[in-house]
Design a protein around this ligand. Structure first.
Ligand code: AKB
Length: 317
């Protein structure tokens, strides 16, 4: 039986991942955790427990007391926040992931998943159709922490047999919880502003292509990799993508549904971060090793986002 702990559960991905995991494995078998007061959605069908990922004793007792055998460690500082506060990125992302990997090793848990990101790549990486195995020299603080996570996790797999798995998430677009301080957040904000104000000022410039994915696909690939047969995995860290677009392209797609919608551009410090990341990814390793295949393209994602958000905000379009 799977007993799963999700850290950072109130984040953009955690909020929806916990619900999907509870549906699949039973509410009581999925422990949501974090340091904040949880939203109602996390306490309705299962337990939410307070957890500080820098407190090693608390991590160990939570894992033992709740008979956990799988950790999905989503607690992380994102790229924008990490660039403003690199020391926070180090403690949350590096020390936090180290504590979780150590607990997995010491307590001999079945599996640990810790997200990586397109941020693990850097300006010397080929930008288009970036391969799974390629030079990784990120220049953002966040990106450096993600390379640490991948390499330390893979080292633990090789050295100690820890079943570490990681997805290099692209920008994730979703309607439930807002992303917290990333470079790809514009692709979520744009929907809120299109519905509320019919205009949006993008903090990334025209022509800034980035790999992206809708939340439904993000949940699917996370659970699919968790369940993948370990004997089929040649890699432990995987590129995954569903689409790639620039701000003016998502704006044009929204405009098909909201013709009055207007966008202008005022790039800030996140422009440099975005320019150091891939524009598109080659995710053939994920497709070959565990059958990854996305469902949503730009048009399908835009329609579903507008439908869900307009219902949530009570604004018709
Ligand atoms: C961010 O923009 O920081 C994240 C990511 C791509 O990892 N969404």
């Amino acid at each position: 039986m799977k007993r799963i702990l999700v850290t950072g559960s109130y984040g953009q991905i955690g909020t929806e991942l916990v619900g999907a995991l509870r549906k699949k494995y039973g509410g009581d078998n999925v422990i949501a955790s974090g340091r904040k007061k949880p939203p109602k959605i996390l306490t309705e069908d299962g337990p939410y427990l307070h957890l500080d990922i820098l407190d090693v004793n608390q991590i160990h007792s939570m894992l033992v007391d709740n008979d956990i055998n799988i950790i999905i460690h989503n607690a992380s500082v994102l790229s924008g926040v990490g660039e403003k506060n690199p020391q926070l990125a180090f403690s949350t992302n590096v020390e936090g992931a180290y504590n979780i990997l150590e607990a997995t090793r010491i307590l001999e848990l079945d599996q640990v998943m810790i997200p990586s990101s397109i941020a693990a790549f850097g300006p010397s990486t080929p930008r288009n159709n970036t391969p799974n195995d390629v030079i990784m020299r990120p220049t953002s603080a966040y990106g450096v922490t993600k390379v640490f996570i991948e390499l330390w996790g893979e080292y633990y797999t090789k050295r100690y047999g820890v079943d570490f798995r990681s997805l290099r998430y692209p920008g994730i677009i979703s309607s439930e919880a807002l992303p917290g301080g990333g470079t790809t957040d514009y692709a979520v904000e744009i929907f809120y502003e299109a519905l509320k104000n019919k205009r949006y000022t993008s903090f990334l410039n025209k022509g800034t292509y980035l790999p992206m994915m809708y939340m439904d696909d993000c949940i699917k690939c996370t659970i699919d990799l968790m369940e993948a047969d370990a004997s089929k995995l040649k890699h432990r860290s995987f590129n995954i993508t569903a689409m790639s677009f620039a701000p003016e392209e998502i704006a044009a797609e929204i405009k098909k549904h909201i013709p009055e919608f207007e966008v202008d551009y005022a790039p800030d410090f996140r422009q440099a971060i975005a320019e150091s990341w891939p524009a598109s990814l080659d995710d053939s390793a994920a497709r070959e090793e565990w059958g990854w295949e996305p469902e949503y393209d730009l048009a399908a994602m835009t329609k579903d986002m507008l439908d869900k958000l307009s219902k949530k905000l009570g604004i018709s379009y």
